[in-house]
Ligand binder design. Structure first.
Ligand code: SF4
Length: 288
């Protein structure tokens, strides 16, 4: 996940007025999930150290992306494949069940950016294929295909990546689609490893409206934050806040509950099914 380029509270630079904020899909997801959590992580810089298992998983994910990038560039990959059994298994799955890919100009680790209001929206495509009539965005995930594809379609990664390409190329929305490839298998392994989402002008317009609304809110929150007010919390009563999940039961402090519960004064005994998992918790982002 990329970070803000600068601290918006820096009075000397007043970056907000200069339009220097870079926002990735991770920022948008977090903002939509809980603005206060966004504040804690990016403005207050209160991110806690990652637990070792999560760290190891992220490193493996990064290596898998490097592996596929090197293969795409025609570079040697044997040493990387042999480095870890997970990488071997995932690469074997990719070789045996690759995603369907367009014919066209292929660009690995391709970055797209777009100025939008005071912000620079950015996305890094694991692979972009530009064909004659269509364009395909591909993204590699080292977990299993989600059981509810609609949630992935509504995730900010899907929405932002499709939006960025439509805005920064000559392709019409209907000529663009995005394919996720999942390294892990669920159940008996019969499930396909890929999942594709098409795009339309209607979806594009909706994303535009949602971006305007979300980033308009962000601008207001940043301005009030600079005057000493906090970003809004999500509702406990509506089940949007996971601050009261009992973090002790799972034995894994990252498995449930918001790490900012005490700071938000949302700590306490679990309430019956009061908290829903957040989108970001379900769809971990891999650092590239
Ligand atoms: S405790 Fe609730 S309101 Fe506070 S940051 Fe976490 S999710 Fe947001």
């Amino acid at each position: 996940m990329s970070r803000f380029l600068d601290n918006p509270l820096d009075p000397a630079s007043s970056r907000l007025n200069q339009g220097f904020f870079r926002l990735s899909q991770g920022h948008l997801s977090l903002l939509s999930t809980c603005p206060r959590k966004f504040q804690h992580i990016y403005l207050d810089q209160l991110g806690l150290p990652t637990i070792p298992e999560e760290q190891q998983r992220q490193v493996l994910g990064t290596h898998f992306h490097q592996l596929l990038q090197q293969q795409e560039l025609g570079l040697p990959i044997e040493n990387l494949v042999q480095a870890d059994p997970h990488l071997q298994r995932w690469f074997e799955a990719f070789t045996n069940s690759p995603p369907q890919m367009l014919a066209g100009n292929r660009q690995s680790e391709h970055q797209r950016s777009l100025c939008f209001r005071h912000y620079l929206l950015t996305g890094v495509y694991d692979l972009l294929i530009l064909g004659q009539q269509q364009a395909q965005i591909l993204d590699w995930k080292t977990y299993a295909r989600p059981q509810n594809p609609q949630r992935l379609q509504q995730n900010w990664q899907t929405r932002l990546y499709l939006y960025l390409l439509a805005e920064t190329s000559d392709y019409l929305p209907e000529q663009i689609f995005m394919t996720y490839w999942f390294a892990e298998s669920r159940g008996n392994g019969a499930e396909p490893h890929s999942l594709s989402f098409t795009y339309t002008a209607a979806l594009h317009n909706q994303t535009q409206k949602d971006l305007e609304h979300l980033l308009g809110s962000l601008t207001n929150w940043l301005e009030t934050y600079s005057r000493g007010n906090l970003f809004p919390q999500v509702s406990l009563d509506l089940g949007e806040c996971d601050g009261r999940h009992n973090r002790g039961n799972s034995g894994n402090s990252e498995a449930s509950g918001c790490r900012f519960a005490i700071r938000c004064q949302r700590q306490g005994p679990s309430q019956t099914n009061i908290a829903l998992p957040t989108m970001l918790d379900q769809i971990q982002e891999l650092p590239l």
